[in-house]
Design a protein around this ligand. Structure first.
Ligand code: SF4
Length: 288
């Protein structure tokens, strides 16, 4: 298996074989993100990837899940991606799911029919970063698309049949915009109606633009208590039956998981207990 630089994958793809079909992220400008700063975006050749699939097939024929990375692998041309999906499906007979990282830009680059054809070719799930539903925050963090653009991308992807997992980042509005962040992220999720919502908590990495803003004092991080209150507001506003909610990543101060709307009261009680008596994960145990 050939990996270039650090390879990232969603927590739920921990057991998957990662096929690094693209290198880096085609956007690579978000102010909070350090994942692919050392990489220039490029797409590996189909031949190279096909050879790798065949080599891995010899070594690990029982692979059940495959995740296609790097940051924005849905940028691969539809015909090439369909070919790779068919090779993966033909190679691993116990295969249960193929996942991919998507971005608003890569979804917009495909027609509805192309997205449907990818679903039919075996693409099971795509992970899309909403980060925030607040237009002002999206602008400030240089997400590269508007609230409307990301909502439309999410809805189109979901309509194709591909399962959609959305990520948002608690604390991304800082002290200044936590209310807008909570309320507008909830309303964006309510509109998209994804299958999964993963809520991470902001950790500012050295070398990012956001790090500089924190050092200069123009961005003020939330305390654990403020982050919990922000999540409380988000949960109170979410109205999305069947949404699988996960906020149990290493970055989160309180581990929460449940299915909305039925588990909303339980999740809110859990958060309130953390705020009132139980406290939060120690900063030294948080990880990205
Ligand atoms: S689109 Fe995603 S991977 Fe690319 S820079 Fe932004 S957060 Fe990082």
């Amino acid at each position: 298996m050939i990996y270039e630089g650090v390879v990232y994958r969603p927590p739920s793809e921990a057991g998957s074989w990662i096929l690094q079909a693209t290198i880096g992220c085609s956007h690579n400008r978000c102010t909070f993100c350090n994942m692919y700063k050392d990489k220039s975006f490029r797409i590996r050749s189909v031949q190279e990837l096909e050879d790798e699939i065949h080599k891995v097939r010899e070594l690990y024929p029982d692979i059940r899940r495959v995740f296609i990375a790097d940051g924005d692998a849905l940028m691969i041309r539809t015909e090439d991606l369909k070919y790779l999906l068919s090779e993966i499906r033909a190679s691993f007979h116990k295969l249960e799911r193929i996942g991919i990282y998507a971005s608003p830009k890569s979804i917009h680059s495909k027609t509805d029919d192309e997205l449907i054809s990818l679903y039919e070719a075996g693409l099971g799930i795509a992970y899309l970063g909403l980060e925030s539903g607040d237009p002002e925050i999206l602008l400030r963090v240089r997400k590269g698309d508007t609230r409307e653009g990301i909502i439309s991308a999410g809805k189109r992807l979901k309509a194709s049949g591909i399962k959609l997992s959305i990520t948002a980042i608690s604390g991304l509005g800082g002290k200044e915009r936590w209310r807008e962040h909570a309320l507008m992220t909830a309303s964006a999720v309510n509109e998209i109606r994804p299958h999964y919502l993963g809520l991470l908590t902001l950790m500012v990495e050295q070398g990012t633009e956001l790090w500089t803003s924190v050092q200069e004092g123009s961005f003020q991080l939330l305390t654990p208590d403020e982050a919990a209150r922000e999540t409380l507001s988000l949960l109170q506003e979410l109205d999305c039956d069947g949404l699988v909610f996960r906020s149990n990543h290493a970055s989160n101060y309180v581990a929460l998981k449940g299915t909305l709307n039925m588990d909303r009261d339980k999740l809110i009680s859990q958060l309130k207990r953390a705020i009132e008596d139980e406290g939060f994960k120690d900063e030294s145990f948080r990880r990205l």
